[in-house]
Design a protein around this ligand. Structure first.
Ligand code: B12
Length: 256
């Protein structure tokens, strides 16, 4: 059954598929899988190649590439989960590539209900690199993950044990926010400030200033490109303006 599921996911368009038994998924800061799907047994983790869009100096084009892969991956997630339910008699829930997320000041923004990096590592789809991203043995760092969580018990894949990161430090040097200086820990606020200039922080600050402004200044504020960007972000969702740590990573490039 494992190989049928793997073949279906590949047919749907996933570049790679791995299985992790629920017990092999270790993400200390994440909620237990049981709280997401009672009786959860297996994470089917899917990997998708990120396009060269992530190299584009044009932020709209770079983000469009991400939106495309997320839309594609979401559709595959749904189809795979449907198959697990209808053909295998299992219960299945989909794990989104990004939002919706639990969001609060305490979590410094947003925390995924399932850590897809830890899920990918547990499913044998890669290993952590210096940039705290997961490097896939063939796709390198340019890879986006999703998962389907199911109560179907399936054997897990073996974790990748070799170090895929070459330690070249290009990600650290290229990070415009200096968010990767400390090894093994991304400075989340430094990353977000730089990579999401029209994210929640910018919105809170804008609306705070708007509330305190007089009517004449308010008129000028809503004509400012900042407001137009914030408006657009409201319909797009999280919008990244930086892909540097992914784009500069030389690991496994050319093997895709
Ligand atoms: C929210 C989020 C962010 C937020 C984080 C905010 C926050 N408060 O956490 C911000 C905006 C910072 C962010 C940035 C980026 N993100 Co992001 N993000 C997510 C998201 C949606 C949830 C992450 C989360 O909450 N995890 C929960 C915590 C508990 O788990 P974790 O973050 O995976 O684990 C960390 C720690 O546990 C610790 N850790 C624990 N054990 C170990 C062991 C080792 C050896 C190491 C080194 C670290 C480590 O380090 C981990 C990595 O920082 C995930 C998707 C998902 N659902 O997982 C994508 C995701 C992690 N992001 C991704 C990407 C690509 C990015 C960016 C490159 C932005 C972009 N342009 O796409 C940057 C990279 C920053 C970096 N180099 O670290 C990809 C990573 C793919 C990959 N190849 O690994 C993911 C998996 C999305 C996806 N569907 O593929 N992200």
């Amino acid at each position: 059954m494992r190989e049928t599921i793997r073949a279906l996911a590949r047919e749907l368009g996933a570049d790679d598929v791995g299985f992790a038994a629920a017990g092999a998924y270790r993400s200390p800061r994440s909620p237990g899988l049981e709280t997401i799907l009672p009786g959860a047994q297996t994470l089917v983790v899917l990997a998708y190649r990120e396009l060269s869009s992530c190299e584009s100096p044009n932020p709209q084009i770079a983000m469009a590439g991400r939106l495309e892969v997320m839309e594609f991956a979401r559709s595959c997630n749904y189809r795979l989960a449907r198959h697990l339910e209808s053909a295998c008699g299992a219960r299945a829930v989909t794990v989104p590539p990004s939002y919706p997320l639990e969001m609060s000041v305490q979590t410094k923004g947003a925390v995924g209900d399932v850590s897809l990096r830890h899920a990918a590592v547990a499913a044998g789809l890669g290993a952590f690199g210096r940039h705290n991203l997961v490097i896939h043995p063939r796709l390198g760092t340019r890879v986006v993950f999703t998962a389907v969580l199911t109560d179907l018990a399936l054997a897990g894949d073996r974790p990748v044990d070799d170090t895929l990161c070459t330690g070249c430090n290009r990600c650290v040097e290229a990070c415009p926010g200096n968010a990767l200086v400390q090894e093994g820990k991304t400075d989340l606020m430094a990353c977000i400030r730089n990579s999401q200039p029209y994210g929640i922080g910018a919105a809170i600050s804008f609306w705070g200033r708007y509330g305190a402004a007089d009517p004449k200044d308010r008129k000028a504020m809503v004509r400012d490109p900042l407001f137009w960007r914030l408006y657009q972000a409201g319909s797009i969702g999280f919008q990244y303006f930086c892909f540097r740590c992914m784009a500069v990573c030389p690991a496994c490039r050319g093997r895709a």
